[in-house]
Design a protein around this ligand. Sequence first.
Ligand code: F6R
Length: 592
Amino acid sequence: MCGIVGGIGQFPIRDYLINGLKTLDYRGYDSAGVALAEPEGIRVFRMPGRVQALDEATPRDLHVVLGIGHTRWATHGAPTANNAHPHTSMNGEFVLVHNGVIDNFRHLKNKLEAEGYVFHSETDTEVVANLLEFHYNRLKNVKAAMLAMIEELQGSYALAILKKGDLKHIYFAKNRSPLVVGHGEGKNLLASDFLPMLKEGKDFAPILDHQYGYITEDTIKIFNEDGSVANPKFTRPDLKIEDIGLQGYPHYMLKEIEEAPAVVRRLIDNYFDGNQFLFDPKLINKLKAADDIIFIACGTSYHACLIGRRYMEYLGKRSEVYIASEWAYHPFVSAKNPMFVIVSQSGETADLIRCMEIINSRGAVSLTITNTKGSTLERDATYSLLLFAGVEIAVASTKAYVAQVALLSLLTGAMDDSTAVVSHLYDVIKAENAVIANSESLKPTAKYLSGKKDVFFLGRGTDYDVALEASLKLKEITYIHSEGLPGGELKHGPIALIEKDTPVIGFISDPLTDLPIRSNFKEVEARGATVITVVSKSLAKAGDSITVPDVKEYLSPLVKVLVAQYLAYFAALELKVNIDKPRNLAKSVTVE
Ligand code: F6R
């Protein structure tokens, strides 16, 4: 959600910015722009729509010394060229890009209008540009003006700023929106994450909340809130540029679905040495000692947490799951010694960052489970565990869900002093490979679904958790309306929606719920529904639609979810929609 890229030094900056924006486009956006500083002045190019259009509109024959670029996911104002970033202050003193939301922008705008400032866009970002110029005119010093600006800004921001006539600095400031700086040879860089900098940069460091500073061709200067100089550790992620390519796949989503077995294997390798688990014993003791395990997450990660809660309950522990944007405004906890488990693929989800602030303000213990090393949520937690799923580029999360559930199962094994989960996970790897090998057989069902208006997914127990995730996957990439429901709940209302040939997809993994869920299928069939069953082999009966290999019931989501992901993917393929970048969605949801 919004992407920032910037660079200064001896290299083709225009192309670095455009390619960097293309790399960041997985975050989601609807307009894009660049500001390119030449000795003659700063030139700004902005376009609604894709970065490709910006690329075509941006001249190639400029003498660019430094520049910044931005992909915008509209919050304040429609995705027009006029609202696209970069924004220029009224008298052209500053040009800047912004990721985040300025909560008090209305108040600041009124104040600046009273000072004679005129605005040309509907954005909160133009307010930031004018506020900086206002303070600069007073103080005649960029650092002092930035400090005065930061003091007034409320909300979230990552800012990259160019100053008229200054060909030596790109300034930046950060609060609650991600920003990373990178060293290169004869150049320095900044961006929303390290991916666009991977080719030109050597090593990278995240900017922390309330820090600000600048990059020049040969230095990176970061200041803490109190003005002291920060010296962050620069590291290089264990990732090659090839790792972020499509590697022959038509879409990232398909590539990432099919990485599931490798993801599970990598987690085993990272957290089990063949004899014992490699988790920090202090973390395991804290989890064991907690009187409530409180999961907080959003979207797909929330669905993984639903399974995590069941795992805790299997151990006899009290556990709850909250949607971050809900808990943030009703942060109720009754336990005396809770442990918060924050699960986030990106580690940058704004709703979760707000929850983490509340957790930390209460001095509570937290664990972040994330795919993103160095992310805000990883840094701000007491403990953190990495998912090692590799970069997930498709907006629809697939392999990260698999990694989250698998890691939660390993963690549960460690809490239970039982390593049986490891061999159960090896069975999962085999079963997932079988689903992948047979994936073509899912195409006719997906084609059938692609022609429907509404689809219902049913399950009981962990199958219900999978039904929720299956429904989210289908709706987000095909735009077909769908719902995930507990089988037994149908007759309490939703069955009213079932009519002739409504597709109902039902999951069956557990002998205990086999009979009751099949009764629910009969109920909808009697009302005309077309039932498609996805069944573990040992429970399959004549007439079932899709059979998958058996694994231990508690791990069945790791196999069933692959079927759901393929059905969504193949249905989207039929509909010829933008599978990796569905409309209105962003990969990293950095605004609340
Ligand atoms: C759906 C999807 C989202 C994310 C959600 C949380 O496919 O990807 O629902 O799961 O936005 O994101 P993270 O896990 O990065 O906090």
